[in-house]
Design a protein around this ligand. Structure first.
Ligand SMILES: NC(=O)c1ccc[n+]([C@@H]2O[C@H](COP(=O)([O-])OP(=O)(O)OC[C@H]3O[C@@H](n4cnc5c(N)ncnc54)[C@H](O)[C@@H]3O)[C@@H](O)[C@H]2O)c1
Length: 343
C-alpha cells in the first residue's frame, strides 16, 4: 500500500504514522504537512524508516498535491491536516475555512484529476464528533445517522468538509470514507488543548483555568486507539467492508466532565485543588458529546484498548519526561528550526 497522510506532524497524525509503519503491508508513507504552529517535526524525530518521506507543503497547493500523488503512485490518502482548536476558530474562522474547507476541496479535486488520468485514489477523511452538535444529559450517544448540527466555527468547517466529501462521492464517484472521533488525549498534543495545558500548569504550580462550571462532558479516547481506527477504516474501504460514502464513529465509552479530568491530573501530578480557577466559559460551549461506536466494532473489528487510568498515567509521565519537547513547543524554538531548514 502506498499512502499519503496530510497533517502527519500534528498530534494524531504522528501517532497514525507510527502505527502505520509498524505494519508490513505499507510500502510507502508520504507525509505532507505545512508545519503550522501545531505541526512539529520533532514528533517524528525517531521515525527512521526508508519507507517514510516528509514533504513540507500545504494541502491548499494543488500543484504540489497532484505531483506527489502521481510521482509517489499514491493509492490512499489519510486526510488529517486541519486547523483544530475551537478557541482559535472563535478568534478568527478564516484559517479554518481555508484549511478545513478549501484544503479538503483541493484534495478532492486532485483525486478527481488523477481519476481522469485513470488512477484510482481512495480517501479516508478524518472528522470529529463536534459536527453532531451537543447532547442533553440523558440523550443517547451520537450514531453515524445523527443529523449534522455543528455549533461552533471549527465544527462548521469540519461539517462542511464532510459534506464536500459526500458530494464528491455522490457526484463524481470518488471512493471515500469519513471517520468521526471523540476527544483525543495522549503524548505529543500541543499544549493549548485541555489535557496537556492542565498537566503542564499543574506540574509547574500554576493556576488551572476551568471554563464555566467545568461540567462540559466529552468521551475521551487515547490517540493510539484513534490512530488504529483510522487505519481500520482504510482497510475497510479498500477491502469492501465499507462502501464509499460511509461514516464510522470512534469513541471510548469514557464520558467525563472537564472538572473530573482536572482532578485526575491534580492527583497524578501531586498538584493542589487550590490551583483550580474557574474562568468565564467559552461562548457557545457545547455541554455534552458521546459517541456510539457499535459500527466500528461490528464492521471493522475495532474497539478501544487503552483504558483511561493507564492512558492518563502514561500521558502525564510523557509530559514529565519530555521537558525539551515542551520547552521547544512553548518557546517557538522549533519554529526557528523550521524557518532555518524550510524557509
Ligand atoms: N484532537 C482531537 O481530539 C480530534 C478529535 C477528532 C478529530 N480530530 C481531527 O483529527 C485531525 C488531526 O487533529 P490533531 O489534533 O492532530 O490536530 P493538530 O492541530 O495537532 O495537527 C494538525 C496538523 O495539520 C497540519 N496542517 C495544518 N494546515 C495544513 C495545510 N494547509 N496543509 C498541510 N498540513 C497542514 C499542521 O501543521 C499540523 O501538523 C483534524 O482533522 C481534526 O479535526 C481531532
Amino acid at each position: 500500500m502506498r499512502i499519503l497522510i496530510t497533517g502527519g506532524c500534528g498530534f494524531i497524525g504522528c501517532h497514525t504514522i507510527k502505527e502505520a509503519l509498524d505494519r508490513d503491508d505499507i510500502e510507502r508513507l508520504v507525509n505532507l504537512d505545512a508545519l503550522t504552529y501545531s505541526g512539529n517535526p520533532e514528533n517524528l524525530s525517531e521515525t527512521n524508516d526508508e519507507r517514510y518521506r516528509f514533504i513540507h507543503g500545504s494541502i491548499n497547493d494543488t500543484e504540489t498535491l497532484t505531483s506527489v500523488l502521481i510521482e509517489e503512485r499514491i493509492q490512499i490518502i489519510l486526510h488529517l491536516a486541519a486547523e483544530s482548536h475551537v478557541d482559535r476558530s472563535i478568534d478568527s474562522v478564516q484559517p479554518f475555512i481555508e484549511t478545513n474547507i478549501d484544503g479538503t476541496r483541493t484534495i478532492l479535486e486532485a483525486i478527481l484529476n488523477c481519476m481522469k488520468e485513470g488512477l484510482e485514489i481512495h480517501l479516508v477523511h478524518v472528522s470529529t464528533d463536534e459536527v453532531y452538535g451537543s447532547l442533553g444529559p440523558n440523550d443517547p450517544a451520537f450514531t453515524e445517522d445523527t443529523p449534522l448540527d455543528p455549533r461552533n466555527p471549527y465544527a462548521v468547517t469540519k461539517a462542511s468538509s464532510d459534506m464536500m466529501v459526500q458530494a464528491f462521492v455522490n457526484t463524481h464517484g470518488i471512493s471515500a470514507a469519513t471517520t468521526r472521533c471523540s476527544n483525543n488525549y495522549g503524548p505529543n498534543q500541543f499544549p493549548e488543548k485541555l489535557i496537556p495545558l492542565m498537566t503542564l500548569n499543574a506540574m509547574e504550580g500554576r493556576s488551572l483555568p476551568v471554563y464555566g462550571d467545568g461540567m462540559q462532558i466529552r468521551d475521551w479516547i487515547h490517540v493510539r486507539d484513534h490512530a488504529r481506527g483510522i487505519l481500520a477504516t482504510m482497510d475497510g474501504l479498500l477491502d469492501g467492508r465499507l462502501d464509499s460514502g460511509e461514516v464510522v464513529n470512534f469513541g471510548a465509552d469514557n464520558e467525563m466532565p472537564n472538572i473530573d479530568i482536572v482532578r485526575t491530573i491534580i492527583r497524578l501530578t501531586g498538584a493542589s485543588e487550590s490551583q483550580i480557577e474557574y474562568v468565564t466559559d467559552r461562548p457557545g460551549h457545547d455541554r455534552r458529546y458521546a459517541m456510539g461506536f457499535e459500527k466500528a466494532e461490528r464492521i471493522l473489528g475495532w474497539k478501544p484498548e487503552i483504558d483511561w487510568s493507564n492512558g492518563m498515567k502514561d500521558t502525564v509521565e510523557w509530559y514529565r519526561s519530555n521537558p525539551e519537547w515542551v520547552e521547544s513547543v512553548r518557546s517557538g524554538a522549533y519554529r526557528e528550526w523550521i524557518e532555518k531548514h524550510y524557509g
